[in-house]
Design a protein around this ligand. Structure first.
Ligand code: E4P
Length: 214
C-alpha cells in the first residue's frame, strides 16, 4: 500500500519524505488554510519536495470553473493530481480533464456507488473518507471493503485512496483490505513507527553493550 501524507505543511512533508516512506501528498482547502504562506508558493514547494502524486483541490462548483482551475493547478507540475468533489459537475470535470490528460482524485466519497461513478467518469483515484463516516456512526472501513470488491469484480483500474484516516488501526485495516493508498496526517504516521517493546528492547541492547569489551 502506498502512503500519502495528508497535509500542506512543508516541515512535516520534508521530515516525512526524509524517512523514505512517502509516496505522495494530499491537500485540501482546510489543510491549506492552516498554513500562513501563499498557497501557490507552498504548492510549488510541495511539488518539488515530493517524488510522487500531489493532490491539489479545486474550489469551483461548476464544470467549467473546475476545468479551468484544474488546468491551472496541473500546469504547476507533472506530479499534480487535481482533486475534484463528488458531484455531478465534478464527474463532468473528471471526464473533461481526463480527455486533456490531467489526472484526478475524486474527493468527499462516502459510499461505493459514488466511487463507482467516479471511476466510470475516469478518476485516477477515489477518496472515501473513513474517519468522517466513523464520526456519524457508520463503519468507514466497510466502504473501502465494498469498493475494493466492486473494482475487483470489473477490473477497474482507479486507485482506492483511503482518506480521513485518524489512527493506526485505520491504516492496518485499509492495508489488509487492499486499499491502494492510505493518506494520513503526520501525527498518525508517527504513531505507526512506535512500539513500547521496540523502545524497551533498544534501551536494553544499549545497556548490555556497555558490558561488552571492545
Ligand atoms: C483527503 O484527501 C482529505 O484531505 C482528508 O483525508 C480529510 O480528512 P479529515 O476528515 O481528517 O479532514
Amino acid at each position: 500500500m502506498k502512503i500519502f501524507l495528508d497535509t500542506a505543511n512543508l516541515k512535516e512533508i520534508e521530515e516525512a519524505v526524509s524517512w523514505g516512506v512517502i509516496d505522495g501528498i494530499t491537500t485540501n482547502p482546510t489543510l491549506a488554510s492552516k498554513e500562513t504562506g501563499n498557497f501557490w508558493e507552498i504548492a510549488n514547494k510541495i511539488l518539488k519536495l515530493v517524488n510522487g502524486p500531489v493532490s491539489l483541490e479545486v474550489t469551483a462548483l461548476d464544470v467549467n470553473g473546475m476545468v479551468e482551475e484544474g488546468k491551472k493547478l496541473a500546469a504547476l507540475g507533472d506530479n499534480v493530481v487535481v482533486k475534484i468533489p463528488m458531484t455531478i459537475e465534478g464527474l463532468k470535470a473528471v471526464r473533461r480533464l481526463k480527455e486533456m490528460g490531467i489526472r484526478t482524485n475524486v474527493t468527499l466519497v462516502f459510499n461505493s456507488n459514488q466511487a463507482l461513478l467516479a471511476a466510470k467518469a475516469g478518476a485516477d483515484y477515489v477518496s472515501p473518507f473513513i474517519g468522517r463516516l466513523d464520526d456519524v456512526g457508520e463503519h468507514g472501513m466497510d466502504v473501502i471493503r465494498d469498493i475494493k470488491r466492486i473494482f475487483q469484480n470489473y477490473s477497474i483500474k482507479t486507485e482506492i485512496l483511503a482518506a480521513s484516516i485518524r489512527h493506526p488501526i485505520h491504516v492496518k485495516e485499509a492495508a489488509t483490505i487492499g486499499a491502494d493508498v492510505a493518506t494520513m496526517p503526520f501525527s498518525v504516521l508517527k504513531m505507526l513507527v512506535h512500539h513500547p517493546k521496540t523502545e524497551e528492547g533498544l534501551a536494553k541492547f544499549l545497556e548490555d553493550w556497555k558490558k561488552v569489551k571492545i
